[in-house]
Design a protein around this ligand. Structure first.
Ligand code: ADP
Ligand code: SF4
Length: 730
């Protein structure tokens, strides 16, 4: 189908300095865990987006010198010729698609911990980082300023040699240029501190030097936090923000504008729990009005209607995107081909960021199971190898794992019967998306529901059976499918079984009227009293989300927790606003406790550290520490138990136990995926489904094939198993 003309504006080329951007789709710098040490991953992930229509893609932040080392996080690096060579794999792959390739030069200053290189970063003033643990920089003297500016120039020249078209001087997220500009970091009294002009001097001089060195061949960009969101203690848009835009405008070709700082960078990469699409426009639009150069910005733009509106109204010139491009590398092409309904919409969960923040490559995506797998597994998000046999499939469970397995099997041309006792595709996601702020997570279900409907129509023999009676092992053995995939999910423990004691809690039984599991809260069948206690041993969103739901419904809520409440949400950048919300909702937290017993209306809690710090050998049968004497009863009307999850694996285990009946029933294999295999993130359950569907012809598809590892091998100049080409298994 042809593209809807109302989206034509998104496909108009635009000049940025000496370069032309072929359309308005621009993948801003974002981390994936590839850096320079995984050139295959870097090249495949970025260039695939160009194949999918993105006019420009960038590296993640790229360190310009060993002094600026962000280990344990994986940044790219452009320190030497080896880095240039590795990055050339990316620029060459990108240029094959006619897109531009950008690089984001990064010097961390106050926020560079230097854990690998053990070098000391330099900054405007010696103040401890509010973001990194125990990290101080050396206060720069005038020689230091010259030296570090030369690092930028040298890195810019290496970037040009590597084939980059756009070279950033990265200033937002509180990195070095912004540290000079912001009075929050800059306490100097010389020509680089004090007045606005003095504080802007470092950034302007650096831009000037970089432009003089490479500006004829490359476009010069800067990423600028036009408002650091702490009033005049930092940078405010209508005060020094726009003054800086006016001052720097002649020195660059492109503005990439956002808000916030590094300690709370979820204000930029806003999770959908707190921020909707275009949440930074109220700041970004001022820059477009002030600058004479093209301006781009992010805001989880996934809807072509919104994107076209943003450009038409002059709020931005170019649509910047990180997460929307991860969730759907083919987003621009789908708009261009007149099928925007096929876009795999980013749900704003920030799981992509979480995996990188933890320090573990690759980045993963809840919506797009192929993200991070382009090179090492050769997975293409839109192309699939044709079915390798005429086997038929029964998939039990239409949650993330079962729905994704079915979708990919259908894409491959297999016959699939997807059966679920629930009335709707989506499994666990249907409940989760009803939690406060998580409505957009339902896009995960919507994408699969829509694709399944389309694919089922094409595949005459396939069918989707919802609202079915729960399948038993007998039903499955007699079903007539060649292969069976069990994706029956998991449930929250009903007896208090938990990670801390690895035991149930005395008195917890979800059959009792005053005790509820999260599923029972969603079902809404049990009455919930005024005082709600949540016993929590889960580090992600369930306990704080239920607390919010309860508090907003008028209950008095206390969370008794054995783990950090929402601890994992530090990695998804939801943590600061989550805690602000809990403060607003007067949700009380009793931390570092666990429960010894529950009775009707009361729970006995004890401090996890109540047994004394002295540890000594006291003979067999005696604990090495004193008895914990901190036990105390607390009252509640209703107890919600978020203590852990267990797989619904009974069906799979029974089928496995009856393996000798498979042949007589013409069953070639039975496999288990997703939460039924082990409880996990929605992203990982989706991955399981995708993976088994791609590898179903293997001898034992239950277990994944090895992937290409980008590792240094002693004495070898190449990566074994790699021919240095990007190959998709289609
Ligand atoms: P995952 O995240 O692994 O996909 P979910 O818990 O989200 O798991 O989804 C599991 C789905 O399996 C649910 O929709 C549930 O209704 C369905 N299901 C579980 N047991 C059966 C069964 N015996 N027969 C049919 N459907 C089942
Ligand atoms: Fe979007 Fe979540 Fe995927 Fe990140 S992991 S791109 S936030 S869907």
């Amino acid at each position: 189908m042809a593209r809807d003309p109302k989206y034509d504006i998104l496909f108009e080329p635009i000049e940025i300095g000496p370069k032309t951007l072929r359309n308005r789709f621009y993948q801003v710098p974002h981390c994936i865990g590839a850096g320079t040490d995984r050139p295959g991953f870097q090249a495949a992930h970025r260039s695939l987006k160009c194949e999918g229509g993105w006019g420009a893609v960038n590296t993640e932040y790229i360190s310009i010198h060993p002094e600026s080392d962000d280990c344990h996080r994986v940044s790219a690096r452009i320190w030497d010729e080896g880095d240039v060579r590795n990055l050339r794999a990316m620029t060459e792959a990108v240029h094959k698609h006619g897109s531009l390739c950008g690089v984001e030069l990064w010097y961390g200053g106050a926020h560079a911990p230097g854990m690998e290189t053990r070098q000391t970063a330099r900054g405007p003033s010696q103040l401890a980082s509010e973001f990194e643990t125990m990290t101080y920089c050396k206060e720069m003297d005038l020689d230091d300023i010259q030296m570090v500016q030369q690092f930028y120039v040298d890195a810019a020249k290496r970037s040009r040699d590597a084939g980059f078209d756009i070279i950033y001087v990265y200033g937002s997220h509180s990195y070095l240029p912004l540290q000079f500009l912001s009075p929050y970091y800059n306490k100097r009294t010389d020509a680089y501190g004090g007045s606005f002009e003095n504080r802007a001097r470092f950034w302007i001089e650096t831009l000037d030097k970089v432009k003089a060195a490479v500006g004829d061949e490359c476009a010069i960009a800067t990423r600028f936090a036009v408002d650091t969101l702490y009033g005049d203690a930092g940078v405010e848009v209508e005060r020094e923000g726009l003054k800086f835009v006016e001052l720097a405008d002649p020195y660059l070709d492109l503005w990439d504008v956002n808000v916030g700082d590094i300690a709370e960078w979820g204000e930029d990469a806003g999770p959908s729990r707190f921020y909707k699409t275009g949440h930074q426009l109220d700041w970004q639009k001022y820059v477009t009005q002030t600058s004479t150069k093209p301006v781009l910005g992010v805001g989880r733009f996934t809807d072509p209607e919104v994107m076209a509106g943003v450009i038409r109204s002059g709020q931005l010139d170019i649509i910047g995107a990180a997460r929307p491009s991860i969730a759907d590398p083919y987003l621009p092409n789908k708009i261009d081909e007149g099928r925007p309904e096929d876009i795999r919409t980013c749900i704003g969960c920030n799981v992509c960021i979480s995996r990188w923040e933890i320090g573990g490559p690759p980045m993963i995506c809840t919506q797009n199971a192929t993200a991070g797998e382009e090179y090492r597994r050769g997975w293409h998000p839109e192309k699939f190898q044709k079915a390798g046999s005429d086997d038929s499939f029964l998939v039990v469970g239409a949650g993330p794992a079962g729905a994704e397995a079915s979708r990919v099997l259908l894409e491959r041309g297999y016959t699939v019967h997807l059966v679920d006792k629930a009335e709707k595709v989506g499994g666990y996601v249907n409940d989760v998306a009803t939690l406060p702020g998580l409505a957009e997570w339902s896009y995960h279900r919507d994408y699969r529901e829509f694709q399944l409907e389309k694919l089922m129509k094409k595949s005459k023999q396939s069918q989707l059976a919802l609202g079915a009676k729960p399948l038993t092992a007998d039903d499955i053995l007699e079903y007539g499918a060649d292969k069976v995939i069990i994706a029956t999910g998991a449930h929250w423990n009903t007896n208090g079984l938990n990670a801390l004691t690895k035991e149930p809690v005395v008195g917890i039984d979800a059959d009792l009227p005053y005790i509820l599991t999260p599923e029972q809260v969603f079902e809404g069948k049990k009455e919930i009293g005024k005082r709600v206690m949540i016993l929590n041993a889960d580090p992600y969103y369930m306990a704080p989300s239920l607390a919010e739901k309860m508090a907003k419904a008028g209950h008095e809520v206390t969370i008794a927790s054995g783990v950090s409440v929402g601890g994992y949400m530090e990695f998804t950048l939801e943590h600061p606003n989550l805690h602000r919300m809990m403060h607003e909702q007067k949700i009380e937290i009793i931390g570092d406790v666990w429960a010894s017993e529950v009775q009707e209306g009361r729970i006995e809690l004890y401090s996890l550290y109540g047994e004394g710090s002295v540890r000594e050998y006291r003979g067999p049968g005696n604990l090495p520490r004193n008895e914990n004497t901190t036990h105390k009863w607390h009252e509640f009307d209703t107890l919600i138990v978020v203590t852990g999850r267990t797989s619904n694996v009974g069906l799979y285990n029974e089928l496995k136990a009856r393996k000798d009946e498979w042949a007589a029933n013409d069953i070639k294999g039975v496999y288990v995926i997703g939460d039924a295999w082990a409880p996990k993130l929605i992203a990982d359950a989706t991955f399981d489904g995708h993976r088994i569907a791609r590898e179903i012809e293997e001898e034992n598809p239950q277990y994944p094939l090895p992937y290409k590892r980008e590792v240094h091998v002693w004495g070898q100049a190449y990566i074994p198993g790699s021919n240095h080409e990007i190959e998709y298994k289609v």
